[in-house]
Design a protein around this ligand. Structure first.
Ligand SMILES: NC(=O)c1ccc[n+]([C@@H]2O[C@H](COP(=O)([O-])OP(=O)(O)OC[C@H]3O[C@@H](n4cnc5c(N)ncnc54)[C@H](OP(=O)(O)O)[C@@H]3O)[C@@H](O)[C@H]2O)c1
Length: 238
């Protein structure tokens, strides 16, 4: 069994790579920073004695995605599980295009290439890391939120299509996780560790869960947030 981790330099992605490698699965870790990806693969090999291969991947290299999937399969065999873990929250500056291209277009593009790889084999699992930010547009992060919301919707449709072809698509809506992305944020809400996230994701994928929030209490929070009428919501400063 082989597992592809996209955006491998993220702490969440690294923990996921560890969870799969410790199960004896071959792992391909893909990231923009190929030197760091190689270090991560070397660590997986030493720590778990697993087959671990590193390679370059850029979410915005749309035209290269199909060939990239072929290269991964040539290196570690047909891909059984692929985790779309990359993301870009933006920096509040002039980054509209980049945030949409990484979180939505890039994510959808690589998922299409993965679907084309998995569907003919009638097996496989695509795990999309989305965000609670995609559940409702908020003034503080609506750019990232809209791209993640689009990705969540995309994954729904993909799941609907690929179910009939034996491929499982799982959506993970993360709340706050202790990573580079949330560094220095005052949240007032408990933050999950990347290791906790990785254990929850692997367990849910094994049970073929369609979609879930993590930490789980975010389901309740987002139910309340979504229920606030727009007339009231637009006056809030969330
Ligand atoms: N942390 C949270 O609270 C939280 C909440 C909800 C959802 N998420 C999601 O969880 C996932 C992991 O994020 P994280 O929290 O671990 O943050 P992170 O450390 O910032 O990780 C983001 C990852 O995306 C990669 N990336 C960015 N642009 C890319 C591109 N064009 N091509 C390929 N890779 C690219 C980064 O690579 P580089 O190292 O090269 O920059 C990095 O590996 C993301 O999808 C994020 O949206 C996180």
């Amino acid at each position: 069994m082989s597992v592809l981790i996209l955006g491998a330099t993220s702490r969440i992605a690294r923990e996921l790579a560890n969870r799969y490698a410790e199960r004896g699965q071959a792992v391909f870790v893909a990231a923009r920073d190929t030197d760091e990806a190689e270090r991560i693969a070397a660590d997986l090999r030493v720590r778990h004695g697993a087959q671990a291969v590193a390679g370059g991947f850029d979410a915005t290299d749309f035209d290269g995605h199909a060939a990239f999937v072929d290269d991964v399969a040539a290196a570690v065999g047909p891909i059984d599980v692929a985790v779309v873990a990359f993301g870009d929250m933006g920096d509040g500056g002039d980054d509209v295009r980049r945030v949409i291209e990484v979180n939505f277009t890039g994510a959808a593009s690589i998922c299409e290439a993965l679907a084309a790889h998995m569907a003919p084999r009638g097996t496989g699992c695509i795990i999309g890391i989305s965000s609670v930010a995609g559940d409702r547009g908020r003034q503080s992060n609506y750019l990232y939120g809209s791209a993640k919301g689009g990705f969540t919707l995309y994954l729904q449709g993909l799941r609907n299509r690929l179910f009939k072809q034996g491929v499982h698509v799982m959506t993970v809506k993360l709340g706050f996780v202790d990573t580079r992305m949330t560094f220095g944020m005052e949240t007032g809400i408990p933050i999950a560790s990347p290791a906790q996230v990785s254990r929850a994701v692997v367990a849910a994928a094994e049970r073929k869960v369609d979609a879930f929030y993590y930490p789980h209490f975010w389901r309740g929070i987002m139910t309340v947030i979504r229920a606030v009428p727009e007339k009231v919501f637009k006056r809030l400063s969330l």
